[in-house]
Ligand binder design. Structure first.
Ligand code: ZN
Ligand code: ZN
Length: 178
């Protein structure tokens, strides 16, 4: 093995480690944001007004309102309190644990699936809409096993990579609660 190849291997494994670290940090950030928004939702559910919450946390009441408004699932409209877990995307989107499970089923069957609460469908291969959670489009190489596919409910969309991340977050949430 030449010195050059050894060096490259070391750099690649360093980059892979860094990528893993970034991924973990992103998951932690999502969990922290979820915990924060959930706590605000709990104060509101206990009767706290938007103005009171804003004053206590140093937020404008518009911001509190915005946080409370998005605390429902984009795919089934379940409010936060009815879901075991709700994942908030970094750039937008909210999905509850039940819709995450349903999305997994849609990707597995490659067709429309319903669980009695809501229906999710797979976007057709040529559809160039983006994932609400990560803003990525579907892969055009649909035969590849790493292809990005998107499921949708009305205007709300989530891709298989975001669903995988959501599954990890929900598993961590469940583990924390015991
Ligand atoms: Zn849902
Ligand atoms: Zn995505």
């Amino acid at each position: 093995m030449t010195r050059h190849v050894v060096l490259q291997k070391r750099l690649v494994s360093k980059a892979k480690k860094a990528k893993e670290g970034l991924h973990k940090a992103e998951v932690s950030l999502d969990i922290a944001r979820l915990a924060y928004h959930t706590a605000i939702g709990e104060i509101a559910a206990a009767g706290g007004s938007v103005r009171e919450i804003g004053r206590e946390l140093g937020l404008s009441h518009q911001r509190v309102h915005q946080i409370l408004e998005v605390l429902s699932c984009d795919f089934c409209a379940a409010p936060r309190r009815d879901a075991d877990a709700m994942v908030a995307g970094g750039v937008g989107g909210h999905i509850c644990d039940l819709c995450i499970d349903l999305a997994v089923r849609v990707f597995a069957s490659s067709s429309r699936e319903s669980d009695g609460r809501t229906t999710l469908r797979l976007l057709s291969a040529g559809d160039s809409s983006t994932c609400t959670f990560c803003k990525c489009k579907q892969s055009t190489r649909k035969r590849s096993i790493n292809a990005r596919r998107i499921v949708a409910h009305k205007q709300n969309r989530i891709c298989n990579e975001c669903v995988e991340l959501c599954e990890e977050i929900v598993a961590e949430e469940r583990a924390k609660r015991g």
